[in-house]
Design a protein around this ligand. Structure first.
Ligand SMILES: Cc1ncc(COP(=O)(O)O)c(C=O)c1O
Length: 405
């Protein structure tokens, strides 16, 4: 399969926007991908039909039961998990605070957890706070700025011991684009009896998630990064979801996944989540939903690689621009953190914004990454990220704009 980018773009109403007399270029999403028509229709469809809460003996409630099941099935297919191992929540951050609270209730002083310098704060601070409250020690797994910001996974075993309760790490960095081979980290963590919590928020629009192959205990993503609405999606291994004591209200379900879902879910969003996964699957082919997703995510990865190669060629020819992160398309997402010598990051982002090119500057909540790179006090870095609806012309347009700064 290959991505037909014109046909793909035609499905995204926001991509038709103009800024001045030029089409808008949504690089970085920005900070959230755009959604195809079918997602907007699905959200509106739920609200138009007069949806109600779960579990009632009338048609609108039965429809919500079915919708919730279908959204769980769709995310299960996206992650390669069973539907009852999928719980929804407001966003990745809220879900992670909820899981951290439940896990921390099992920790004791003298225990330790391992976090990484490569992670977004959403997979750092909930754990640091939980460790502070329980007296557990925080150990740090570093990345190497000199070798394309690779996570130093080989150092993990020296951080682990019989008291390590958790290893929380990212599938891919939202700042420098590094992809982590999560299977080997999970294997090391499990060999010392630690649980694993993987942040797949940045990775999920770019690559195939497979919790069955990697064996992680938890994995979390946010649908607004994979062409859906603002809803968090949590995978938890069935036994762990059963065993852990969730912070829930008394009448709420006692069994997973419901026991992990606080309050009333945004059902209109769940309709959108299922539609976003249907959209992704429509880019691939195969007999099953999972099969189509395997095919489409492979095609997306191949297409994005061509965008990365073109962008990297262009950047390498610019003396003033310093790239942080992998120098080739290998082992990285098409997300690039840059320093444009002499121009402050916020100024770069503003000047590109004036030209209808939407990119971020700062730390994008990747606090530890910016500190480790020594740029935290200098306004961070500019981040330019592509997804599968971006075109080669857009890559060239941003290169031209950078050269003209
Ligand atoms: C890698 C990564 N993790 C976590 C988050 C936080 O996700 P949410 O906004 O759903 O809480 C983000 C958001 O940008 C992210 O990029």
């Amino acid at each position: 399969m290959t991505i037909d980018v014109d046909a793909t773009r035609a499905q995204f109403p926001a991509l038709l926007r103009t800024v001045g007399d030029r089409p808008a270029a949504y690089l970085d999403g920005p900070g959230g991908t755009q959604v195809p028509d079918r997602v907007i229709e699905a959200i509106g469809g739920f609200l138009r039909a007069g949806g109600s809460n779960l579990g009632g003996p009338f048609v609108t409630s039965r429809e919500t039961d079915a919708l919730t099941e279908s959204a769980r099935g769709a995310v299960g297919a996206l992650f390669n998990a069973s539907p009852d191992e999928i719980a929804f929540g407001q966003n990745m951050t809220s879900l992670t605070f909820a899981v951290s609270r439940a896990l921390a209730a099992t920790w004791e002083p003298g225990d330790n957890i391992v976090l990484t310098r490569l992670d977004h704060d959403g997979n750092v601070w909930p754990w640091v706070r939980a460790a502070q409250e329980t007296g557990a020690e925080v150990r740090w797994l570093d990345f190497d700025p000199d070798t394309g910001c690779r996570l130093q996974a080989e150092a993990l075993s020296s951080l682990l011991d019989g008291r390590t309760r958790l290893v929380a790490f990212t599938h891919a960095s939202n700042a420098v684009g590094t992809i982590v081979d999560i299977g080997s980290v999970v294997e090391d963590a499990h060999s010392s009896g630690a649980l694993t919590y993987v942040d797949a928020v940045h990775y999920s629009p770019h690559g195939l998630v497979d919790v069955a192959a990697t064996g992680t205990d938890f994995l979390v993503a946010s649908a607004y990064k994979f062409f859906g609405p603002h809803t968090g999606c949590l995978y938890g291994r069935s036994e762990v979801l059963h065993e852990l004591d969730a912070y829930k209200l008394r009448p709420a379900p006692n069994k997973p996944p419901g026991k992990w879902e606080t309050g009333t879910q945004s059902f209109e969003s769940l309709a959108g989540v299922a539609a976003a996964i249907d959209y992704l699957a429509s880019l691939g082919e195969g007999e099953t939903l999972r099969g189509r997703l395997v095919s489409s995510m492979t095609a997306i990865g191949e297409y994005e690689r061509t965008l990365s190669e073109r962008f990297l060629d262009g950047i390498n020819a610019m003396d003033r621009v310093t790239l942080y992160g992998g120098p080739t398309a290998e082992g990285r997402t098409p997300t690039f953190a840059l320093d444009v010598g002499g121009v402050p990051p916020a100024e770069v982002s503003r000047r590109l914004g004036d030209q209808g090119i939407f990119v971020w500057s700062g730390d994008y909540y990747a606090v530890e990454v910016m500190r480790r790179l020594g740029v935290a006090d200098e306004g961070g870095l500019v981040r330019i990220g592509f997804v599968h609806y971006n075109t080669v012309d857009e890559v060239d347009r941003v290169l031209e704009a950078l050269a003209g700064l």
